[in-house]
Design a protein. Structure first.
Length: 253
C-alpha cells in the first residue's frame, strides 16, 4: 500500500476524520450515560429534599422555578405543609456553589446540603459539614431574617470556614437569597389569595368605581362620599346613586 504523502491537505483530512470519529464516539457515550446521570441526579435531589426538611415520608406537592431558584413545597401524607426546600447557587472561590436549603413556614432553617461544588478540597469543600448542626458555623435553627446572617469577619454571627472566607460568604449569600425568595413568594401567594377572596364576594361594588363593598361595614369614608354609622353601619354610597334599605345599599336602576 502506497504511503500517504505528507502534505498540508492530507494532514487536514486525517485530523478531520479523527475529529469526526471522536465526536461520534463521545456523542454515543453521552447518549448511553445521560439517562443514568439524570436518574442519579434526580435520586440525589429527592434524598436531599428529605434531608433538608428532616422527614423521610414527605411529599413534594409543588415545584416551580423562579429565576435561579427552584422551590419545592413539601407536605405530609395528609397534605399539611412541612416546609419549603429551595435550590440556588452563588459563585464561590472555585466556581458555582449549588445549595439546597430547607425552611419551615416561618423561614427558620431546617437543614441544608451541597448539591454541587468546585471548591478546594480540605478548605472550601468543608461547607457541606461546617455549617451543620453542632458544628462551628452551625446555621440550623437560625432565621436569616432575624439575625446578622453574615460571617463574623463582616460583623455577622456566623463563623467562616477556616481560610475559606470567600466560600463562606458565597454559601451564606445563597442561603440568604433563598430565604428572601421564600418570603417574597409567600407575600405573592398571600396577595393572590386576598384578591381571589375579594373577587368571590357576592356584594356589588359601588358603581362609581371605588373599591368599597356596599353590604360591608362602612370603612370607606371619603371614597363613596358618606361617613360610617348610617343604616346599621353599612356603606351608604349616595354619590353612587344608591338608597338605604334594610341596612344595605340598593342601587336605583
Amino acid at each position: 500500500m502506497k504511503k500517504l504523502s505528507s502534505s498540508l491537505t492530507n494532514m487536514a483530512v486525517v485530523l478531520t476524520v479523527i475529529a469526526v470519529v471522536a465526536g461520534g464516539v463521545l456523542a454515543y457515550v453521552n447518549s448511553v450515560t445521560a439517562p443514568q446521570i439524570e436518574k442519579i441526579n434526580a435520586e440525589n435531589l429527592a434524598a436531599g429534599i428529605k434531608k433538608v426538611i428532616g422527614n423521610d415520608e414527605l411529599v413534594v406537592s409543588d415545584t416551580k422555578t423562579i429565576d435561579k431558584y427552584t422551590v419545592y413545597t413539601t407536605t405530609d401524607k395528609d397534605g399539611n405543609i412541612l416546609g419549603t426546600a429551595i435550590s440556588t447557587s452563588e459563585n464561590g472561590f472555585g466556581g458555582p456553589l449549588q445549595v439546597l436549603v430547607g425552611f419551615d413556614n416561618e423561614g427558620t432553617i431546617l437543614g441544608y446540603t451541597i448539591l454541587a461544588s468546585a471548591e478546594t478540597p480540605g478548605l472550601g469543600a468543608k461547607a457541606g459539614l461546617w455549617f451543620q448542626k453542632d458544628q462551628k458555623g452551625d446555621i440550623i435553627g437560625k432565621n436569616p431574617g432575624k439575625c446578622n446572617f453574615t460571617v463574623s469577619k463582616d460583623g455577622g454571627e456566623i463563623d467562616a470556614i477556616t481560610a475559606s472566607t470567600i466560600t463562606s460568604r458565597a454559601f451564606l449569600l445563597a442561603i440568604q437569597n433563598a430565604y428572601n425568595q421564600l418570603m417574597a413568594d409567600g407575600k405573592t401567594e398571600a396577595t393572590g389569595k386576598a384578591a381571589s377572596a375579594n373577587n368571590n364576594q357576592t356584594s356589588e361594588t359601588c358603581p362609581c368605581g371605588e373599591d368599597c363593598k356596599c353590604d360591608e361595614p362602612c370603612n370607606c369614608a371619603g371614597k363613596c362620599g358618606m361617613e360610617a354609622g348610617k343604616c346599621g353601619n353599612k356603606c351608604q354610597c349616595s354619590e353612587c346613586n344608591a338608597s338605604e334599605c334594610g341596612g344595605k345599599c340598593q342601587y336605583n336602576k
